[in-house]
Design a protein around this ligand. Sequence first.
Ligand SMILES: *[C@@H]1O[C@H](CO)[C@@H](O)[C@H](O)[C@H]1NC(C)=O
Ligand SMILES: *[C@@H]1O[C@H](CO)[C@@H](O)[C@H](O)[C@H]1NC(C)=O
Ligand SMILES: *[C@@H]1O[C@H](CO)[C@@H](O)[C@H](O)[C@H]1NC(C)=O
Ligand SMILES: *[C@@H]1O[C@H](CO)[C@@H](O)[C@H](O)[C@H]1NC(C)=O
Length: 345
Amino acid sequence: MRFTILILLCIFLLFSTQTLCTTTLEQDFKEAPKYYNSQTCKNIESSHHSNHTCSNSAVHVAMTLDVSYIRGSMAAILSILQHTSCPENIVFHFITSASVSILNRTINNSFPYLKYQIYPFNDGPVAGLISTSIRSALDTPLNYARTYLADLLPLCITKIVYLDSDLILVDDIAILFATPLRSTTILAAPEYCNANFSNYFTPSFWSNPSLSLTFANRERKACYFNTGVMVIDLQRWRKGEYTTMIREWMELQKRMRIYELGSLPPFLLVFAGRITPVDHRWNQHGLGGDNFRGLCRDLHPGPVSLLHWSGKGKPWARLDGNRACPLDALWAPYDLLKTRFALEV
Ligand SMILES: *[C@@H]1O[C@H](CO)[C@@H](O)[C@H](O)[C@H]1NC(C)=O
Ligand SMILES: *[C@@H]1O[C@H](CO)[C@@H](O)[C@H](O)[C@H]1NC(C)=O
Ligand SMILES: *[C@@H]1O[C@H](CO)[C@@H](O)[C@H](O)[C@H]1NC(C)=O
Ligand SMILES: *[C@@H]1O[C@H](CO)[C@@H](O)[C@H](O)[C@H]1NC(C)=O
């Protein structure tokens, strides 16, 4: 009996890894056009370093790259280049933990002019810190890479915009990057004080007096913010050793369950009530619906600079499955995937 189950399990594993491997190779992307700086842009190449990685007049953007979200990442990159006045001044910092050469080739083929650097992320240490959440996609170690940016990127990079892979920009990222951080804050992000903050932590967290006091003496009211769009002062982060603080909360979570979501709650524990708020237009989040079913969602009222399909439903999957939500049509123009039966011209 046990033996049969083992065999079945092996067959299943074989089958699933094989489908994973073939989908990797079948995703073929188009080449994006070259985008040029407008005349008012500073020329970052005129600085004496030919290497842009450290340019202090560049706009630095960090994202993760992995095989399952690469289609989203490609669309995000394209949308950034299309809506900025100085596309040649954007330097991308990609964090990857696997399939580095395939992903590098994919980026290089579609964006031959892109200024970027790839950083390998060793997901072993963080894997041991992850406790299962309500949605398995949130439990991949790469989802935690945002916690380690200050350690992964070279010291010369002092400020970065971190972006998830399931979003597109429809405004100039240089505006977001230029957000001035108030003197005591480490990061800037849109915050949502109407969301019921209690729900992000478990009853055992709130009923423990020493834990629930965590949010007591914050400069401002502790509010929810989404970690998919953040402007981070890496210098202050490094100085305050915030990676360690977040890791300590993750270690506690392994011992007693204090929250249900993935990488978000430790950020809230450390930073909520201590961030520089950014206009909501820079993270119109939740378009992927909830974490269970991924139903269609509408935009929040107000202007839009960034659309974010956080939640279970991703626009590429819904478009492929012919069950697109109305707003998924806004993502489609940035899709670089070659359609399999399209005629080559
Ligand atoms: C650019 O400089 C950074 C930091 O000094 C270094 O890590 C990186 O390898 C360099 N990149 C290239 C392409 O030379
Ligand atoms: C990147 O693309 C250029 C041509 O666009 C090619 O010469 C180069 O070999 C590519 N590099 C990789 C690692 O694929
Ligand atoms: C990615 O490809 C570029 C060439 O296009 C190469 O210079 C670079 O070293 C590659 N990075 C990694 C991490 O493989
Ligand atoms: C927030 O949620 C908690 C627990 O679900 C509930 O007890 C509390 O009344 C809610 N607060 C508000 C302001 O709705």
